[in-house]
Design a protein around this ligand. Structure first.
Ligand SMILES: C[S@@+](CC[C@H](N)C(=O)[O-])C[C@H]1O[C@@H](n2cnc3c(N)ncnc32)[C@H](O)[C@@H]1O
Length: 234
């Protein structure tokens, strides 16, 4: 089924695929918030259906590189690019920013897998035992490919993925950041355990060790998801 949405005044058509992450509130929020300058060279890391990269192209990017390790995601992205009459989006099979050879990227946009748990279990969703494996590699590699002074980087970061470690990695790699939006999500036992039996207790175990941020209200847990705009601090 093809659905349409509007972000910052542009209409995007997206066809989903059973084996590819279905875009939801987080994907839509980043597309509402990201600032794309005319002619930007943009990279959509972990493109899934291509939703973010295609929106970046419609908003004026000059070239979009869409990366995903999953073949079905890349095929889906290409179909969606053609649905939206986009010819400046190129797909690359790979992980993080590895396929990017140029060092003149203006804009990176990413909603990476970051649910804490085994990455091998479901690479679409999980980011290693504390959720940070993919995020931290992207942060390190971003520093090598972004334009020296003006490069920007939008990262969607859930408080379930070790916030302190992620912020430390940003600092260590010479980045500063501002939060352009925060979405609060409920940690619902049945939804979380539907992903993987036992995951809720695993997450509460990380909370007990002080590795993640959760807020408790009226006996229920909530966690923030931050939308960072990241720039070089020097
Ligand atoms: C949470 S989904 C986001 C998809 C899409 N950007 C969206 O917002 O709808 C994460 C995507 O990252 C891909 N992925 C998994 N491991 C990755 C890695 N190491 N590097 C880059 N992408 C990865 C998954 O296949 C999946 O398509």
């Amino acid at each position: 089924m093809i659905s349409h949405s509007i972000h910052q005044g542009v209409k995007i058509l997206i066809e989903t695929h059973d084996k590819v992450y279905k875009p939801g509130l987080l994907t839509e929020t980043i597309c509402n918030k990201m600032v794309v300058n005319n002619g930007d060279i943009a990279v959509d890391v972990g493109c899934g259906t291509g939703y973010i990269g295609i929106t970046a192209s419609l908003l004026g990017a000059g070239k979009v590189i869409a990366i995903d390790p999953c073949k079905e995601a890349l095929d889906c992205t290409l179909r969606n690019a053609s649905l939206n009459n986009i010819s400046n989006l190129f797909v690359c099979q790979g992980v993080e920013l590895e396929p990017v050879k140029e060092k003149t990227v203006d804009l990176i946009i990413t909603l990476p897998p970051q649910m804490p748990f085994s990455f091998d279990f479901n690479p679409e969703r999980y980011g290693g035992c504390d959720g940070t494996d993919v995020i931290i590699k992207i942060i390190r590699e971003a520093s090598a490919v972004l334009k020296k002074k003006t490069g920007r980087f939008y990262l969607v970061h859930s408080a379930l993925a070790n916030p302190e470690k992620v912020r430390e990695a940003l600092n260590e790699n010479g980045f500063s950041w501002q939060t352009v939006e925060t979405v609060e999500k409920a940690l619902i036992v049945s939804d979380i355990n539907f992903l993987t039996e036992g995951l809720f207790d695993y997450i509460i175990g990380l909370y007990d060790k002080g590795l993640i941020e959760l807020r408790k209200k009226h006996g229920r847990y909530f966690y923030p998801v931050w939308f960072y705009l990241i720039k070089r601090s020097k």
